[in-house]
Ligand binder design. Structure first.
Ligand code: HEM
Length: 308
């Protein structure tokens, strides 16, 4: 993809994110749906989906062009085109997978990396421990690879603690009840739209000691994981709509974090410190840090090794 396409996609996906959390009167009072039409919300939705489809079409067309320069590795669009006949895939299938990966699979991971870096810089003890682990496992290889991840036990706890405290998709995907049920004494009628607040659950003092503290060690000797069976930690949801990209997403975050702490020493730039750093969240389907994380790098890992 060229530079222009990337920025085009960024613009379109920002609009998609905005639409996910936009206010539609008809969500609350269905018979007043005309107000949405008057404010132009449905037209905005349609325009956004047309733009998304056009973008995916362009990517697929480029991949089908026989004159396209071959890259060393196939990407997932190449693979799907190759498998199209064998698996009976239509263009809509490829388009749908592209949408899943590009919309559901990128923003969540990037938001997690920013929150994890923020917590590491606020907690130098944790940062040093993670750095020591990564640097001792990777040594002078100069790059953390996927195969190193199995040995990065502490780094994995750092990512897990980030998922608990900063669940990137805090309200999961909305559910609709199919029958009457009672939760905590509240009657929930059939066809009620239900939101599960994974972030609030991850910070619930009934289940977590010092819930607002960033302490990756809390998971040592704990059987709680985020794979959808321990309901106190559900950053990827649970049940049949659980995130299908959980392993891929976790691995991407772990690998990115491992390389960031391996290569650089990080600190706050002058004027910013643990007390005054802005930890507020921006509204959106994936919750990003509201203000950009400003950081300074001190030395690279190669400098560190040279000093040793
Ligand atoms: C750090 C990374 C990620 C996080 C935290 C995350 C989180 C979530 C959450 C909370 C849900 C809603 C689950 C529910 O309501 O029970 C979800 C759904 C989904 N995620 Fe992820 N996700 C991540 C990465 C990915 C990746 C890499 C992909 C694709 C390659 C992906 C694809 C999807 C899809 C397609 C759904 C909708 C599933 C459905 O509704 O049936 N996600 N994700």
């Amino acid at each position: 993809m060229g530079g222009t396409e990337k920025s085009d996609f960024h613009r379109i996906s920002l609009e998609t994110q905005a639409l996910f959390v936009a206010f539609f009167v008809s969500d609350f009072i269905p018979w007043l749906g005309r107000i949405d039409t008057l404010t132009g919300q449905p037209a905005r939705l349609v325009k956004n989906f047309i733009e998304l489809d056009a973008f995916y079409d362009q990517v697929i067309n480029e991949h089908m062009d026989p004159k396209r320069p071959r890259s060393e590795h196939e990407d997932f669009v190449d693979v799907m085109i190759k498998l199209q006949k064998d698996l009976n895939l239509t263009r809509d299938h490829i388009n749908g997978v592209l949408m899943n990966i590009l919309l559901a699979g990128t923003d969540t991971g990037s938001a997690t990396v920013v929150w994890a870096m923020t917590e590491l810089i606020r907690n130098p003890r944790v940062m040093t421990k993670a750095q020591d682990e990564v640097r001792s496992v990777v040594g002078s290889k100069n790059k953390v690879e996927g195969s190193d991840l199995a040995q990065l036990h502490y780094l994995k706890l750092v990512v897990k603690e980030t998922f608990r405290l900063h669940s990137p998709g805090p309200l999961l995907v909305p559910r609709e009840t199919i029958r009457h049920c009672t939760i905590n004494g509240y009657d929930i009628l059939p066809k009620t739209l239900v939101f599960v607040n994974a972030m609030a659950i991850g910070r619930d003092p009934e289940y977590w000691k010092d819930p607002d503290m960033f302490v990756p060690e809390r998971f040592i000797n704990s059987e709680v994981d985020y794979e959808g069976t321990h309901f106190e930690l559900i950053p990827f949801g649970a049940g049949r709509r659980i995130c299908p990209g959980m392993s891929f997403g976790t691995m991407t975050v772990e690998l990115t974090m491992a390389n960031l702490v391996y290569h650089f020493n990080w600190e706050f730039p002058s004027g910013v410190n643990k007390q005054n750093i802005d930890m507020s969240e921006a509204p959106g389907i994936a919750v990003h840090k509201k203000s950009d994380l400003l950081v300074a790098t001190k030395t690279s890992s190669s400098d560190v090794q040279r000093q040793e």
